[in-house]
Design a protein around this ligand. Structure first.
Ligand code: ADP
Ligand code: SF4
Length: 680
């Protein structure tokens, strides 16, 4: 197999899998269109005994799955890339919630699943190993029938079940599949040999393996992983290198820089003559070239950079470096898989919408008229709306109240570890700068009167949101009692440069995403004595979805932050906070000279309200529509704001949808022919 270039979209989950195969086919095809030489699927379950539900991945359990798999391969081929199929038996990572089969692996141990399911795996015997080899071989043959060019044997990230055999901490077997390194490699070796034998005449066989679990001697560590690769060196046709587990492999920009895997993969090429692909959130062409020139990697692997910009290779090929939409390393894409919902991306709002809404990462249909649009507010939502309306060819005016464009990102990018998030603004500001039909006005805070005076036919209100100061959020639904003289701050205050008075400061986090944790880190690093109070069990608890939670918790502990879990704020007195136990209501109190409330945000709706109040003047002012988008409509993530801006631009002057029209296409499961046996 010869790939046309070195850009390799490594397998990545997408929350679509077997439920949305056509949506996935379109998503992968767009990567191929964007120039990736190889485009892979996510991990594809080979059998019901390796069922990783509730997560939604592709399945290759029987011939019934071939049409879905073929649709994806065909779509990738149609756009000129090689199609890769990542076969996986998840072994001890699969709780088998759908199939109810008993999971199996090298030992009798609890499954290694995300939710700590109350399921134990059983130790495989020889007949299980024979069965697994048979299923893997059959799945490879089905992959061949489905038209794939490349198939994987997966022994990485504690997803590929063979990895549990490689790692001493899971494998204490006394037979020829345990003990010595050669024995622990036996299953992987057999799977590779079987796959080569079954399909190696026409397909390349890749091995995805973890090069370090970052657990030292306890886990599969660098030296041992190198011994394994040296031992199996020439058996696969390609080595795909990862860290383990997934949270180590896909670290966010808050915790790791581009190319963070370099020390772990350097030197591996010397162990094999076969091509080596590795990842590291590569978005800089210089870094990619260095990886190849220095002989560290042969192929530039990417999951997230290809999600943020499916056209990254084309843009490099055409020398359009400034047009690259760089991944910000936030892992909102990963949250799609963890929430079993179609993948979304902070940078690329078309991700997951390619088929169902017909959105393309680079193109949008031309303007339907010569009308003009005023976008008020240049945060992620306003910038995206202005950019995409501009691409359509409309005359757009973007007015921003502040000197700097970027809205919330102007402030949030200055928080510890979040500087890369600013790329969401930078990309759009850069694109808009080159558009003659988009005028940008800074320092222009507009009132309803001014907007009406300007006479734009269409106004987009993207004015953002403000953090609440009254404690209302998830657990507290009425404003908190605050004693006279008590100091209450919000994230907006801190981001504007305000600081608490001297003395201990408490942060009450009922938001649970990044803000509470990152402010605790900020204040602790500046020398404050910080207590983080949360109704949940952990700091920034939602960040389990972005795989950051353990790292955030560790960072806060290391920074000296006291974490008070399972506590709800019930009152704010001068110097004291009243708390109650989230389970029993038992009251307690802590000393705090000030409190920062990270609870909820309110839309900045002044402009919207002002314009609504003057609806009777709209016709005279030539105003036909006013639409709130992004946080001004309902505060949410950056990804949601960008998506909202894109949706406005897509829907603008589109045929109106009826109340009964669904907003997007969907794929409905085909029913088996009736009548059903138990009804007859
Ligand atoms: P979103 O995430 O929805 O894009 P942001 O809070 O990031 O929202 O951005 C909103 C932007 O709107 C901020 O930069 C703010 O300064 C700006 N803004 C708010 N009200 C006005 C107004 N009346 N006129 C111009 N700009 C405004
Ligand atoms: Fe990168 Fe964030 Fe997009 Fe994922 S969601 S690809 S991490 S920008």
């Amino acid at each position: 197999m010869t790939t046309k270039n070195r850009f390799f979209q490594v397998p990545h989950c997408n929350g679509m899998g077997y439920r949305d195969p056509t949506a996935q086919a379109a998503m992968r095809a767009i990567k191929a269109e964007g120039g990736w030489g190889v485009v892979c699927t996510e991990q594809v379950e080979i059998h019901p005994t390796g069922d990783i539900g509730p997560f939604i991945e592709l399945r290759n359990w029987s011939d019934q799955d071939i049409p879905s798999l073929a649709r994806i391969a065909d779509a990738i081929h149609a756009k000129g890339a090689l199609a890769g199929l990542q076969l996986a038996h998840n072994g001890m990572n699969a709780p088998n919630l759908t199939s109810r089969e008993i999971p199996f692996g090298p030992a009798d141990l609890p499954v290694f699943s995300i939710f700590n399911d109350p399921v134990q795996a059983r130790a495989m015997d020889k007949s299980d190993i024979r069965a697994l080899r048979h299923w893997h071989r059959s799945a490879a043959l089905r992959g061949k029938k489905a038209g794939y060019d490349l198939t994987y044997v997966y022994a990485g990230k504690l997803f590929g079940g063979a990895m549990f055999f490689l790692s001493r901490r899971f494998n204490e077997r006394g037979d020829e599949y345990g003990g010595s390194l050669e024995n622990r490699c036996r299953l992987l070796k057999e799977l590779l040999e079987d796959t080569k034998d079954a399909v190696g005449d026409t397909m390349a066989v890749a091995c995805r393996i973890s090069v370090d679990e970052l657990l030292g001697e306890e886990g599969l560590h660098a030296a041992e992983a190198r011994d394994i690769i040296a031992y199996l060196a020439e058996l696969p046709d390609l080595w795909d290198l990862t860290l383990s587990s997934w949270d180590n492999d896909s670290q966010t920009s808050r915790f790791a820089d581009e190319a963070y895997q370099e020390p772990f993969v350097t030197g591996i090429k010397a162990l094999t003559t076969k091509p080596v692909v590795g990842v590291g959130r590569f978005t800089s062409p210089d870094t990619m070239v260095r990886m190849v020139r220095q002989g560290i990697l042969d192929l530039i692997g990417a999951a997230r950079p290809s999600i943020a910009d499916p056209f990254l290779p084309k843009k490099i090929e055409e020398g359009r470096i400034e047009d690259i939409r760089e991944c910000i390393g936030c892992n909102i894409c990963v949250a799609g898989d963890h929430t079993m919902s179609p993948i979304r991306c902070s940078q690329n709002p078309s991700m997951g919408e390619e088929w169902r809404r017909g959105w393309h990462p680079e193109r949008i249909r031309p303007a339907e008229s010569e009308t003009r649009v005023l976008v008020v507010g240049a945060g992620p939502a306003g910038l995206e709306a202005a950019m995409m309306l501009g691409r359509r060819g409309y005359a757009v005016t973007l007015a921003e109240g502040e000197k700097d464009l970027g809205g919330r990102l102007v402030r949030e990018r200055r928080l510890p570890g979040l500087s890369a998030w600013g790329r969401v603004a930078d990309y759009r500001i850069g694109q808009i700068a080159g558009m003659a039909n988009v005028d940008v006005f800074r320092d222009s805070r507009l009132s309803a009167e001014q907007v009406l005076d300007f006479g734009f036919p269409h106004v987009v209100v993207a004015t953002g949101a403000t953090w609440r100061r009254d404690g209302v959020g998830r657990r507290i639904l009425r404003p908190l009692p605050v004693a006279e003289g008590a100091v209450v701050l919000t994230p907006d205050d801190l981001m504007a440069g305000l600081r608490p008075p001297s003395g201990p400061v408490a942060i009450f986090d009922d938001d649970h995403y990044f803000m509470g944790g990152v402010l605790a880190e900020l204040l602790a690093r500046e020398g404050w004595q910080v207590t983080l109070v949360t109704p949940t069990g952990e700091a920034s608890s939602w960040t389990v979805m972005t795989m950051e939670q353990p790292r955030i918790q560790a960072r806060l502990i290391e920074a000296g932050v006291t974490i008070r879990p399972h506590r709800i704020l019930s009152g704010i007195r001068t110097g004291t906070l009243d708390l109650s136990c989230a389970y029993t209501g038992t009251p307690s109190s802590i000393e705090a000279a000030s409190v920062v409330l990270v609870t909820a945000r309110l839309p900045d709706a002044d402009l919207m309200r002002g314009l609504s109040a003057r609806k009777s003047d709209w016709a005279d002012a030539g105003l036909a529509s006013v639409t709130a988008i992004g946080d001004a409509l309902a505060p949410g993530t950056i990804a949601a704001a960008v998506w909202s801006g894109r949706r406005y631009a897509e829907d603008f002057e589109a045929k109106p949808r009826g109340l009964d029209d669904l907003p997007y296409l969907r794929e409905v499961t085909e029913l088996v022919p009736g009548p059903l046996p138990w009804l007859t």
